[in-house]
Structure formats: C-alpha cells, structure tokens
Design a protein around this ligand. Structure first.
Ligand code: SF4
Length: 470
C-alpha cells in the first residue's frame, strides 16, 4: 500500500508548472497512448492468419463496430507533417486507390460479416477530401454495400477536412453522404506561422465553411490546432485563439508539434532556430489552457478540449471514456476496423496494421490478400498495463480496488517497483495517491503522458522515437 502524502496545493502547482527546473524534469519524449502497447511494438511475426482469426471471432460479437478509412493523398506538403501521406497531383491517383480499397473492403466484410452495426465511421488522412465528389460517393457506397452502416441519431460519422480542399457545396455533399461530424485542420491562423509551415489558408474561408456546416446541421465541429510551430509565440497564439473561440467549435484538439526531422523528412524544411523553446511552449500551453477554460471549454486531458455538454465530457464524468487511434472516443464501439494504406485495426485483443507503403498495399490486394504488414496480440501483462494507462489517460483516475478485482492481484504489489516514482509525482503535484485510487491533478493533466509513461514497460528502448511531452 502506498503512503498517502498531502497533495500539492493547486496554486503551488501552478507556480511550479512554470519553474524551468520542473519543466526540464518533465520535458521528455513519450507516446500519446492512442494504444498500449504502442505501434512501435507491432511485429512482423503477427500474420494475416492471426488477423483473420480475430476477424472471424469478432464476427459474432453483438457490440457495434467502428470503421476507420485512411486516404493518404495530399495536394501540398505541410512542413510539420508526421502523418503517413503521399503528396501528389497525379490524375487518377484517387481512382487507383478506390479500386484497391474496394478489394480490401470485400475481403474484410467476408471475414467479419456485415451484421455488426457501424456506430462510428471516421475518414482520416492524408486528406480524405483529396477524393472528388464522385469518388467520395463511391467510397460510401462501397462501405454501405459491405457493412451495416447505422442511421441512428447516436451514430458518429466524421471526416477530416483540409479547408483548402472544400467549399460549402462540398460540405452539403458530405452531409448527404451521412457524415454528421467535421474535423477541420486549422493549426494556426497567423500568416507568418502559416508560411513557415507551408500551409496558408484564409480565416474568412474557414468562417464561411463553419457557417455552412452549421446550416447543414453537422452535429459536431472540431478544430485541430498545433502549438510549438516555427515563428509561433504567445502573441500569435493569442490571436489564433481569438479567431478560434469566436467560431465556437464543439471540440478543440491542441497538439504539441513534435520536431523529429530524422523520422519525418518533411520537417527538415523547418529551421530549428525558428522553433520556440520548451519554456515558450509551456507558456503557450498555459495560455491556451487558460483562454479555452475561460471560454467555457473542459480540458479532458491529452490535448483535448470540449464544450461541457459534449459526449466526451459526459463519458469522462461517468468514467467510461476510451482512447483509440483517432484520439478520445465514447464507448460506442470497442472494435475498430482500419481500412486503407497504413490503417490500424484494434479487434479483440489484437492490433493489426496495413502496409504503410502504397505500392506494397496495392500488390498485396492485387494478390487477393489482406494487406497486413504487422501487428500484435496483447499479452495478459499488456492488457493489465493497458487498462491502467487508459484509465489514467481517459478518466484521470485509477481505482486500485477495481484493478484488484479485475486482474486478481493487488495494485500496489504489482507496481511496487514504481511506487517511489509515483510518490515523487505526488510531491510534484501531478497526482494524488489516496487509499484506493490515484487521481491526476490539474497540473498532472498537462503532463498526462508523463504519468502514463510510469506504467509503460516498453519505454526504455523506445523513447527516442516519440515527441516531447512538453
Ligand atoms: S499535415 Fe495533413 S494535409 Fe498536411 S501534408 Fe500532412 S497529412 Fe497532408
């Protein structure tokens, strides 16, 4: 059993959060925990046969299903990009992709069946709206003819929008195709920052699109912002926040820019001296936190702010928020079926990732094979640690009692080796250790990755591959 120390006062925590020594201590590299184990642990030992077995088992599950469709193409290269994408303006790229995705959809549907209701659908990229109207319509038709697409009010059908590739008319088409949620990639509205990242988009255009989305009754509008970009500082971010807050999006994801030029070649175009320091980045994070909370948003942790009546806030309050490869999610569908190059599926206790290479993805599908490249079947140890990490990342609390009942082992016996580290985090004001729980504090929410990392047994060899936590 852990000792119970007096938690750090919130005011003292806030002061501590700006202390350079404190920042240096917690500014390390770590995962965002959209899965545990993370994708870096996926192995080529995981075979297509393993995946097919999991798909067949999942066929009889009564729970709804989530679909993720990855469209890798982009017309322009954003210099900060760390996504799996193909920058091209080649005519016919979308056509060739659709022809192959059709094979994959048929193969998946044969194995997992078409009875499970699809309660969540997400188109991500790349740029899903790289596809033209006819191609997007065809893609939805393919999905609808192979899966049980839901039409209930509670369904969450979302698509990532690059504002440079859509018009109000295109949004009307997306609504007609059944999408009810839009996620706009905004990043920053300052012209200098936009030039430094090679992504210029006019704010008045975004205002028009948001107005159109509201008139077409999309039920949720999300914005993605990034802090830590070149040429960005508190003043520019303040103006971006003015623009954003005035548009009242339902959700805001505020991501930390991960500068990893050895891993993501696009980032080599960014000059290092134009990047803000860790201290400046923390000041920007604090500024964004303060302004968004002041504007009425709830910080649910790990980069995400939502309006208080949003389903994510409600799920967190009720203790059943979950996290998957698209970020936070409600508990509508426990299994995620990934479709498209590089897409990751989470089916039962396995993760499976499609080939990241478009040529390879096409080759495997042309041979009539699911294009799996690697994956992982979670061990009992992985499942136990995944539970703790996801509870902390999503619900900001772990009940040691529920843990003991679920896994038939005492929490404090299991994690005796990390108890000193947890106590140190309590002294630093990140968590509160009580008799039967660990709770993440306000300050701890800002360093949620650090808290989760304590329970990650794979980190020792992998930290160099992740972005900084602050
Ligand atoms: S950030 Fe998005 S739009 Fe820009 S290049 Fe990367 S995937 Fe494409």
């Amino acid at each position: 059993m852990a000792s119970i120390a007096t938690p750090t006062e919130p005011r003292a925590s806030a002061v501590r959060g700006t202390d350079p020594g404190f920042i240096a201590k917690y500014s390390t590299q770590g995962p965002r925990y959209t899965s545990y184990p993370t994708a870096l642990e996926f192995s080529e030992q995981f075979t297509v046969a393993d995946y097919e077995q999991h798909l067949n088992t999942a066929r009889n599950d009564a729970a709804p299903l989530s679909l993720y469709v990855h469209v890798p193409f982009c017309r322009w290269l954003c210099y900060y990009c760390g996504c799996n994408k193909v920058v091209t303006k080649k005519p016919g790229a979308g056509r060739e992709y659709l022809d192959h995705i059709a094979i994959e959809i048929a193969l998946l549907s044969q194995r997992i069946g078409n009875t499970r209701q699809v309660s969540q659908l997400h188109f991500g990229g790349g740029t899903p709206t790289y596809l033209d109207d006819a191609e997007l319509t065809e893609l939805i038709h393919l999905l609808a003819s192979h899966f049980n697409l839901g039409d209930g009010k509670e369904r969450e059908y979302s698509i990532e929008i690059d504002p440079r590739t859509v018009t109000p008319d295109r949004l009307a088409l997306l609504r007609g195709l059944g999408f009810n949620r839009l996620s706009f990639g905004i990043q920053d509205t300052d012209p200098d920052v936009q030039r430094a990242i090679n992504r210029t988009q006019r704010t008045d255009q975004i205002i028009d699109l948001v107005g159109a989305a509201r008139s077409y009754r999309f039920s949720s509008i999300s914005f993605d912002l990034i802090y830590g970009l070149p040429k960005q500082h508190c003043d520019t971010l303040n103006r971006t926040l003015d623009d954003i807050i005035s548009l009242l999006p339902d959700r805001i994801a505020l991501y930390h820019y991960a500068h990893l030029p050895t891993r993501f070649p696009a980032q080599r175009a960014i000059e290092k001296h134009t990047l803000p320091s860790s201290v400046e980045k923390l000041a920007m994070l604090r500024l964004a936190n303060e302004r968004l909370i002041e504007a009425g948003y709830v910080y649910i942790g790990m980069d995400h702010f939502v309006r208080p009546n949003d389903e994510l806030a409600r799920c967190q309050k009720e203790g059943h928020l979950q996290r998957n490869f698209q970020g936070y999610s409600t508990t509508l569908a426990p299994d995620v079926l990934g479709i498209g190059v590089s897409a990751i599926s989470a089916i039962g206790d396995c993760y499976a990732q499609n080939s990241k290479d478009l040529t390879d993805y096409y080759r495997l599908l042309d041979a009539g094979q699911l294009p799996i490249d690697k994956g992982l079947i979670k061990s009992p140890e992985d499942q136990l640690r995944a539970y703790v990490i996801m509870q902390l990342a999503c619900n900001l609390n772990i009940s040691t009692q529920v843990f003991a009942e679920k896994f038939n082992i005492s929490f404090w016996e299991k994690f005796a080796d990390i108890q000193p580290k947890l106590e140190e985090m309590q002294q630093d004001g990140l968590i509160i250790i009580a008799h039967a729980s660990i709770t993440v504090t306000e300050l701890g929410r800002m360093m949620l990755r650090n808290v989760c990392m304590v329970f990650d047994q794979y980190l020792k060899t992998q930290t160099q591959s992740y972005s900084k936590t602050i």
